[in-house]
Design a protein around this ligand. Structure first.
Ligand code: SAH
Length: 357
């Protein structure tokens, strides 16, 4: 049994069945045994591949969007370029290379990475060694004052969720407990109806997911953009309607696995519900663009032209470049499931979201 499994068993024996949110937090973020603290999650040899690891075009187009916002903001000095959950640092490396062509931008901005894993911080430092002065923080609230150009790709799917299940007997909340033979098992414990818009009309078998950690991070991001200015992009796989499905998934070596097995060595995620994220941002008083499908966003920003340019520069890689572009934009691949949501303190122009509200 892994050390993390032993640790979680001990907690359950001491405190009783553990809510799914606490279970996810322990599995992903336990300081010594958590998945992001110990594993190499990304890429061919890891458990999953993210958009920046597929192609440099992703980070470049994000950079273009941030640069446009910075120009529309009047090029404020003291601007912070911020990424939350930077993984291997690939997106930021591609973005900074692209931003070097925007006159005066890198001289007037500083780069801040918000990351909770010491291991990934050192990998990011290695990827970004060419850029001096990068600062790391554990939370967005620690980033020094100033307008913020923010990006978070595949961050919210890693934040813990709670699950409520409508049963014949009423509502129950999903917990992880121990069976008679001391194995992990799901235990659904009776509770009051979740305070969720879909609860009153839910059918037996429906699952409602909420993510208090996501709501609280979204509120912090929104307040920061409202009071200090800037703009942001939240990108993740998820949905924009009040779905009632169980979206928890465990991934190990690019294959789905049982969330109650491989504790600490498989990735645990859930689809992101953009409805509450948008509501929180708007309640804070900031402007939200989209969400739109990633394929629409990247196409609007000109990924086709960039792919052609890269292929012309390296004809031997033309097929790989086309395949990578298709993977990012095709609705059968990442283009539809992944959504992009933009943030600004007030309504202003923003490329990428044209034709959709
Ligand atoms: N954005 C990267 C990595 C996505 S994986 C990419 O697209 O490749 C999720 C990342 O978020 C990891 O770097 C993980 O360590 C980090 N992370 C998880 N929870 C976090 C939190 N609460 N605050 C900041 N970073 C977090």
């Amino acid at each position: 049994m892994s050390k993390l499994a032993e640790h979680i068993k001990a907690l359950i024996l001491a405190e009783g069945p553990m809510g799914l949110d606490r279970y996810m937090l322990e599995c992903l973020a336990h300081p010594s045994f958590g998945y992001y603290m110990t594993e190499e999650p990304f890429g061919v040899s890891g458990d999953f591949t993210t958009a920046p690891e597929i192609s440099q075009m992703f980070g470049e187009l994000i950079a273009l969007w941030l640069a446009e916002q910075w120009l529309l903001m009047g090029q404020p000095t003291n601007t912070k370029i911020v990424e939350i959950g930077p993984g291997r640092g690939t997106l930021m490396a591609d973005a900074l290379r692209a931003l070097a062509s925007v006159p005066t931008m890198l001289e007037n901005t500083s780069v801040h990475l918000v990351e909770t894993s010491p291991r990934l911080k050192s990998i990011q430092a290695e990827t970004l060694r060419a850029r001096v002065g990068i600062q790391w923080h554990n939370h967005i609230n620690e980033v020094p004052e100033g307008p913020m150009l923010l990006v978070a790709n595949e961050l919210f799917d890693a934040l813990p969720i709670r699950q409520f299940i409508k049963t014949e007997q009423g509502w129950a909340e999903r917990h992880v407990g121990l069976s008679d033979d001391n194995a992990f098992e799901w235990q659904d414990i009776a509770c009051t109806a979740p305070p969720h818009i879909a609860a009153p009309t839910a059918q037996v078998g429906d699952v409602i997911e909420v993510s208090p950690a996501s709501s609280s991070l979204m509120a912090d991001i929104s307040r920061r953009i409202k009071f200090q200015g800037g703009a942001g992009l939240i990108i993740d796989y998820g949905y924009y309607e009040n779905a009632t499905a169980d979206t928890l998934q465990a991934l190990k070596d690019h294959t789905y696995s049982n969330p109650l097995e491989n504790l600490g060595s498989s990735d645990l995620t859930a689809h992101v519900n953009f409805v509450p994220l948008k509501n929180i941002a708007e309640t804070t008083g900031i402007h939200v663009f989209g969400p739109v499908p990633q394929g629409v966003f990247l196409s609007n920003l000109g990924i086709e032209a960039r792919a052609n340019q890269l292929a012309a520069a390296s004809p031997e890689k033309a097929d790989d470049i086309t395949t990578a572009k298709e993977r990012l934009v095709s609705f059968e691949q990442m283009g539809k499931l992944f959504k992009v949501m933009g943030l600004a303190p007030q309504e202003r122009h923003a490329s990428g979201f044209e034709g959709r509200s």
